[in-house]
Write a protein that binds this ligand. Sequence first.
Ligand SMILES: Cc1cc2nc3c(=O)[nH]c(=O)nc-3n(C[C@H](O)[C@H](O)[C@H](O)COP(=O)(O)OP(=O)(O)OC[C@H]3O[C@@H](n4cnc5c(N)ncnc54)[C@H](O)[C@@H]3O)c2cc1C
Length: 451
Amino acid sequence: MSSELATYLSDASGYKGHAERLFVPADELELSNILRDASQQHIPVTISGAGTGLAGGRVAQGGWVISMEKFRKLEIHRGWARAGAAVSLLTLRDTALPSKQFYAPDPTEITASVGGTISTNASGSRSFRFGSTRRHINALRVAFVDGRIAEFRKGDKVDFNVPHVPLPNTKKCTAGYRLEPGMDWIDLICGSEGTLAVVIEAELQLLPLPAEIFGGIVFFASDEEALNAVDTWRETGNLRMLEYVGKSALDFLRARFPEIPATAAGALLIEGEDLDGWDDRLEAANAMSEASWFSTEPRDRERFRKFRHSLPELVIEFVTRHGFMKMGTDYAVPVPRNRDMLRYYQQRLEKELPGHYVVYGHIGDAHVHVNMLPASGAQAETASALLKEFAAKAVEMGGTVSAEHGLGKRKAGMLALQYPPEHVAAMRAVKRHLDPKWLLGRGNLFPSDAA
Ligand SMILES: Cc1cc2nc3c(=O)[nH]c(=O)nc-3n(C[C@H](O)[C@H](O)[C@H](O)COP(=O)(O)OP(=O)(O)OC[C@H]3O[C@@H](n4cnc5c(N)ncnc54)[C@H](O)[C@@H]3O)c2cc1C
């Protein structure tokens, strides 16, 4: 295997794969020809974006890899951008900035590509206000597995029958295909994890930058107070970010951020457009107001973003150092079950893996990530069992097994946890309709490929 190919055979979760050939098409004609050849020769094809995925989706298990890295077109217009699949969210952000506009989806990992974030329907910290990627796409240009190129605008309906598969009552869900009679192509392809079509480029909505944005990291002396604040602040209406850093995660961060107040037992990261009333809110919530960090300066907000982002980075660094893959949850529950789920996590983790986990994430959407920090094989086995147990619990509470990362290959078995057999069968029928030989993204979403 060439060393060039090897760099495409893992993702940020540490999952590893293998493949026979790498293709890096320069344009859609070349892409189309590669897909047509693969189809004729029955060769599985895996599409690679920036490789920041956490579910092994871009990691081939045989066949060919197509990297979309040369699709770098980027045009900024008033209210929208036209972006090639390989454009990173960082480039999109920086190129849109001079026109005082921004692209709302923010999966915090800004090296992720437009194609990858569409394919996983990524969301992240600002989804509390703006929802997931799907909502921000005006048009998609795609290639199907037979090499056919198509462009779909919002509202262009799929041209075959699709049943209704009910969604859980969560604020986010990206487990499996979204299916609804009369649905449009964008809703179907977005979140399909490279199994239905290759995203070539997209027309994305840009929003006007607000005149002022404030950011804050608010510390609390107890977890209970932090959670009470979440319940109150969720209703305030002017927040676009409401993120949680539990005590375990704060303690994990202390080595890199010694300025975290010694007595803090929990923190909330917030971002909003109107500072008015926040002094009163902090006081009413019994926050550690003096010790908390607040700013309207973009430089400070970037510092806060890095503070939050260093959590998944440090988690990945820790597990890699100990020879393991990332072991984290991506489950969301209905908002009223948020505390029940957190309580369950806490009790089980303290019993089975005390000191070897962190809890943080998108609490505004009742979607926190539990990440395990195993230091031995035995702990990794316990962690793995807990991840499965937590998935079952989230589903029992009416939740989803994937709110934003997708299932990829690492979590493909979980589709059947959330959906009854007839709904999984309906998803498989859609896959078969668009990719009869089951070649695109083989192994993603469905553990077995038997078409
Ligand atoms: C530190 C860290 C923090 C993260 N935080 C978040 C978060 O808060 N929220 C969140 O949603 N995600 C988060 N992620 C996960 C990740 O950034 C997203 O899943 C992202 O959408 C992946 O984009 P990518 O370009 O890296 O895709 P890849 O990893 O390359 O691929 C992901 C999937 O998309 C498919 N794909 C890629 N490009 C295309 C294309 N052009 N056409 C068709 N299919 C394609 C692949 O086959 C694969 O199935 C985080 C990751 C890291 C490392």
